[in-house]
Design a protein around this ligand. Structure first.
Ligand SMILES: *[C@@H]1O[C@H](CO)[C@@H](O)[C@H](O)[C@H]1NC(C)=O
Length: 533
């Protein structure tokens, strides 16, 4: 009698185990049923704030591509203005500077620059005696100016012919100053006010250092920032996946378009080998797309503009990069998935453009692999991730990536430790649960960090915040990935957090193992009973 009961119990538990194992597993992961991942940020896509020293030694290092400046005539005490934001003449007649008076630098060399208006045109001058206008669509030599700096913020602007620009009496900017100006108050002297130089990405690094030096700097960085020892560290701490940001130029690795520097492909190959050695899976993430999908340094934007959605060429080049990555890594045992595009901007990338790209990207990955996960990232800014659940992008192994930061929004300013934790349990958890139960793609918290706006948090506060995040994000159906493995700022640095006990990883419940153990228990009792009877 007991024996029959036992057999039934055994059969029942076996089915439970199989169901649990199939439903709750991310295919291909060992040891755990879901992704417990870490991002390899700032490695193959440069972010200056993650490792500022990469930019050390760049001459005129505060005048990199994308730096925003304003020029004020010292004689007229008026600002240079691209009328209407560009497309018209340039005047020197504004008392208060705003966007029309703000110029973004395109760096040609340490001393030569092209000057871009807020609407995207370039300042142009067709030779000595010209009156400068903001009408060039793309820059060449007639849009290139020398900027000479004095150390008190004053500048002279000179044509390649040697003629200096001046603020004329009738408030024009003209190339007719006679002779060489001194640094006293004269019509060719301007104050240059740097209002933002917050872009420090691959474009700024390579164009700032120049090709040879940049190649040296990046070679060293790619070989040393992340190594096989880091994978060992991750393995020891129960991490089973890495998300690896790459730039689009990885597909042209032998000869990438300037100023980008080859060599990141070899580093990615290394990451795959190290991952395989430690039973870790890789998600390749197209973090920087041609033209830039969000205007930020981590999308390798040149000057803060978002060109990606405006050109079919950029979109088809991006699909070529996906094709390249999928064909190269589809059969690699360490591949878990490919993320088609990181953080497209809701303000600049229309949903229909994005969804059409995602659908084509999905088909490309599927052509090379029937099982690799295809990850699509939610738009950042004002967008609801549900928009991607309703988009019907692909049917097999689809994942939507959400980035959860209690940062980057005035909403989080002044929040206490408890407020932050409560936000995780209420807002984040509610959103996660509704997405988990939507009949659609799996949910991935592909970026989060144990950092916030709380400035005086104790170690205990950080532990509590980290625990709350882990508890909630552990419920995401695909899993999560911490941003980021290494960072100059300690609280963003996964290794620092782990070593210093600010983030206590613990172990996520693994239903497979627990049902497996119960099964084992029942089975041995059955055998024991049989033996006794
Ligand atoms: C934060 O608190 C400071 C000081 O009380 C206050 O001046 C500021 O306006 C607050 N900021 C926000 C975004 O609530």
């Amino acid at each position: 009698m007991e024996l029959v009961l036992c057999k039934w119990a055994l059969a029942f538990l076996l089915s439970c185990w199989l169901i649990v194992a199939v439903v709750l597993s991310v295919e291909g992961l060992h040891g755990n049923s879901k992704v417990r991942g870490v991002n390899l940020g700032g490695w193959l896509v440069v972010e200056g704030w993650i490792k500022p020293s990469l930019f050390d030694g760049i001459p005129n290092g505060d005048m990199l591509d994308g730096t925003q400046v304003q020029f004020k005539s010292v004689t007229l005490q008026k600002y240079v203005c691209a009328e209407n934001g560009g497309g018209m003449n340039v005047t020197v007649d504004r008392d208060i500077p705003s966007s029309w008076e703000t110029i973004r630098l395109w760096r040609v060399s340490e001393l030569e620059f092209q000057l871009r208006t807020s609407k995207g045109q370039f300042l142009t001058c067709d030779g000595d005696g010209c009156s400068v206008s903001a009408t060039a669509v793309s820059p060449s030599s007639t849009e290139t100016f020398y900027i000479e700096r004095n150390n008190d913020g004053r500048v002279h602007i000179k044509l390649e012919t040697g003629t200096y620009l001046q603020a004329s009496k009738d408030n024009q900017l003209t190339a007719d100053y006679s002779g060489t100006p001194g640094w006293n108050d004269n019509a060719a002297t301007f104050e240059m006010i740097i209002i933002a130089n917050n872009l420090h990405g691959d474009f700024q690094l390579a164009n700032g250092h120049g090709h040879d030096k940049a190649k040296e700097v990046l070679k060293k960085h790619r070989n040393s920032f992340i190594t096989v020892e880091d994978f060992q560290f991750l393995y020891r701490h129960g991490i089973n996946a890495v998300r690896i940001p790459v730039g689009w130029w990885i597909a042209f690795d032998h000869n990438p378009p300037p100023p980008f520097i080859g060599g990141s492909l070899e580093a990615l190959d290394n990451a795959f080998s190290w991952a395989q050695a430690y039973d870790i899976k890789c998600i390749i993430d197209l973090h920087a797309a041609p033209g830039s999908q969000n205007g930020m340094e981590h999308s390798a934007s040149r000057d803060g503009t978002t060109g990606w959605p405006t050109s079919p060429d950029y979109i088809s080049q991006s699909l070529d990069v996906i094709e390249f990555l999928a064909s190269r890594y589809a059969k690699h045992p360490a591949l878990l998935g490919i993320e088609l595009l990181n953080e497209p901007s809701a303000a600049d990338v229309p949903l229909d453009v994005l969804v059409s790209y995602y659908k084509r990207g999905y088909e490309i990955v599927r052509k090379h692999s029937t099982t690799a996960y295809v990850v699509v990232c939610q738009r950042i800014g004002n967008a609801d991730p549900f928009e991607l659940y309703q988009a019907n992008i692909g049917s097999v192994n689809m994942v939507v990536d959400l980035h959860y930061y209690n940062l980057f929004d005035t909403f989080f300013v002044n929040m206490s430790t408890m407020d932050n934790i409560q936000y995780i349990y209420e807002n984040r958890e509610a959103q996660l649960q509704s997405l988990n139960s939507a009949n659609g793609p799996l949910v991935f918290i592909g970026e989060w960090v144990n950092e916030w706006n709380v400035t005086s948090g104790s170690q205990r506060d950080y532990q509590d915040f980290g625990r709350a995040q882990l508890e909630v994000y552990n419920a995401a159906s695909f899993g999560w990935a911490y941003w980021t493995l290494k960072n100059d700022r300690q609280h963003w640095d996964f290794e620092w957090n782990t070593r210093n006990n600010y983030l206590q990883l613990g172990h996520s419940p693994d239903p497979k193992i627990w049902t497996g153990l119960t099964l084992l228990g029942v089975a041995s009792s059955c055998i024991l009973l049989q033996y006794i009877l």
